[in-house]
Design a protein. Structure first.
Length: 214
């Protein structure tokens, strides 16, 4: 019988992945819009500084992130799984490019009609970049679902692990529970397949439009 603890691990995986995806979409879309459409001091310098994060291996940030989580008293907790992943430099860059591809006339017309920045962002710009949001949703959910190293670092309790690291504990030095591992592997693949099929149309549109120059 499949262990009940593994079902609980899968629930924590879904919770962590959903929170990471939703919050990252919100933050990255707002930051991408600001860098693409709003003029403020040192905008280009800040954006280049943000992109420099992509040039650094993620393993370098593990120790500082662990120290922050430790000082916040969040070790062996669910929030420790997703807090460091709530913002993404890649997601900001991706959505910025989609915002920059939108005609300036759309914003000018909205301003003439009396819309403020928040109304322009929420009612006009965000619906137009749905392919980009769908692509970022798939990438972010996949990354959060497959995260392996970070959960093992901040959590050492079996009850607080997500599905991937929990499955690795089924492999011992002398015995390995292959039936449970295979069942868990199938369970781990299903959410990613479902997410892809839900956003398949928008994802293909994002790939098709990303190579078109205006």
């Amino acid at each position: 019988m499949f262990p009940l603890s593994t079902y609980k691990n899968s629930q924590k995986s879904i919770l962590s992945a959903v929170i990471t995806t939703v919050v990252q979409i919100v933050f990255c879309s707002m930051a991408g819009y600001a860098f693409a459409r709003i003029e403020f001091p040192f905008k280009n310098f800040i954006f280049v500084l943000l992109l420099s994060v992509l040039m650094v291996p993620g393993q370098i940030f593990l120790l500082p992130q662990y120290q922050l989580i430790q000082k916040m008293g969040l070790l062996n907790t669910i929030p420790a799984l997703f807090l460091p992943n709530l913002f993404s430099a890649f997601g900001t860059f991706l959505l910025r490019q989609f915002f920059m591809s939108m005609p300036q006339e759309l914003e000018d017309a909205a301003i003439v009609d009396g819309c403020n920045r928040f109304q322009i962002f929420g009612r006009i710009m965000v619906p137009l970049i749905q392919p980009g949001i769908a692509a970022l949703t798939i990438f972010t959910f996949k990354f959060a679902w497959n995260d392996f190293m970070w959960p093992l670092i901040v959590n050492n309790s079996m009850d607080k692990l997500i599905l991937g690291p929990a499955l690795s504990t089924l492999q011992g030095q002398y015995t390995t529970q292959y039936p449970m591992q295979m069942a868990g592997a199938v369970l781990a693949v299903i959410p990613l397949v479902v997410i892809f099929f839900i956003f398949q149309k928008q994802f293909i549109e994002s790939v098709a439009t990303s190579g078109i120059k205006g």
